[in-house]
Design a protein around this ligand. Structure first.
Ligand code: NAP
Length: 291
């Protein structure tokens, strides 16, 4: 069994990006600039945004966090997005989700110009990704594919089973895995899937993205499979200073001995999601400079 080290891989990619950016700066160009809009004070969102800022620092990017209180109106948020859409100094921006319930997330997502949508959530980017056109790929799926490539996990002709059909993980990952060049045969499972265990046991690559701690047990995994654990559920843990620990969707201790490759939680897919955001921001910057 080989552990897929997302933390080390992401550090390597950030160093590669930083070297590229240093070259642009040496030529007298400005650095790429990512803006994050953070609404309210949700603990998880604060952590995600702080980690994105840290990643920007590591890549040599400029970053700006724009904070709004949780009573911000949808119109105010849309106005801010309109301003960022037309700010030539901003290459890309994200609105950290989830948003307060009185704000329509889909409306907010669609207000971002596709050219600046470095999260890859706008329907234009989702559509372009699904037909294999240049776009900003959805971050978590792109991070997973990058890990598979960097660890030389064979994908061509392999059965890839994805548990979960969300718009940010399951669906876009299915589109990527079946694309020419990756060439996996993809099955997407969800809460209404019959014979889930049997389907999973047929997977050469099993991706768990359902948000149920330790749901994938050893009897669901074929010998020699590659297992990618996307799940990150906070479970109470009195021994931690934070009072919780992050738990994946895979029963790691019992599943890992059967695997060829497996990602840990934390330190697997999570750091790669942030790196994909950095890669998309660099791409937006390059597009901006070409225009
Ligand atoms: P989501 O929107 O809640 O979707 C969960 C999916 O899992 C749904 O499609 C659901 O089916 C399916 N599901 C739930 N219970 C199931 C069961 N018992 N059997 C089969 N399928 C089941 O979740 P998400 O946003 O994709 O996130 C999934 C997990 O990944 C969460 O733990 C989240 O925190 C984590 N995540 C991590 C990263 C990262 O960077 N590491 C990024 C994104 C998400 P239905 O559609 O039928 O309801």
């Amino acid at each position: 069994m080989e552990l897929i080290d997302g933390k080390a891989t992401s550090a390597k990619i950030k160093a590669e990006i930083a070297a590229q950016v240093a070259g642009f700066v040496a030529e007298g160009k400005r650095s790429p600039h990512l803006v994050a809009i953070l609404v309210g004070h949700d603990g998880g969102s604060e952590t995600y945004v702080a980690n994105k800022v840290k990643a920007c620092d590591a890549c040599g990017f400029k970053s700006t966090v724009i904070r709004r209180e949780s009573d911000v109106t949808e119109e105010e948020l849309l106005k801010l997005i309109g301003e960022l859409n037309h700010d030539g100094d901003v290459d890309g921006f994200i609105v950290q989700l989830p948003l307060p319930r009185h704000i329509d997330e889909q409306r907010v997502t669609e207000a971002i110009l596709p050219e600046k949508d470095v999260d890859g959530f706008h329907p234009v980017n989702v559509g372009r990704q699904s037909i294999g056109l240049p776009c900003f790929n959805s971050a978590t799926p792109a991070g997973i594919v990058e890990l598979l490539k960097r660890y030389n996990v064979p994908t061509r002709g392999k059965n890839c089973v994805i548990i979960g059909r969300s718009n940010i993980v399951g669906k876009p990952l299915a589109a990527l895995m079946m694309q020419k060049g990756i060439d996996a045969t993809v099955t997407v499972c969800h809460s209404a899937t019959d014979n889930l265990k049997e389907i999973c046991r047929n997977a050469d690559i099993l991706v768990a993205a359902l948000g149920r701690p330790e749901f994938v047990t050893a009897d669901m995994v074929k010998d020699g499979a590659t297992v990618i654990d996307v799940g990150t559920t906070r479970v109470p843990d009195a021994t931690r200073k934070s009072g919780f620990r992050l738990c994946g969707d895979v029963d790691f201790d019992n599943v890992s001995p059967k695997c060829s490759f497996i990602t840990p939680v934390p330190g697997g897919v999570g750091p790669m999601t942030i790196v994909s955001l950095m890669q998309n921001t660099l791409k937006a910057y390059l597009n901006n400079n070409i225009r």
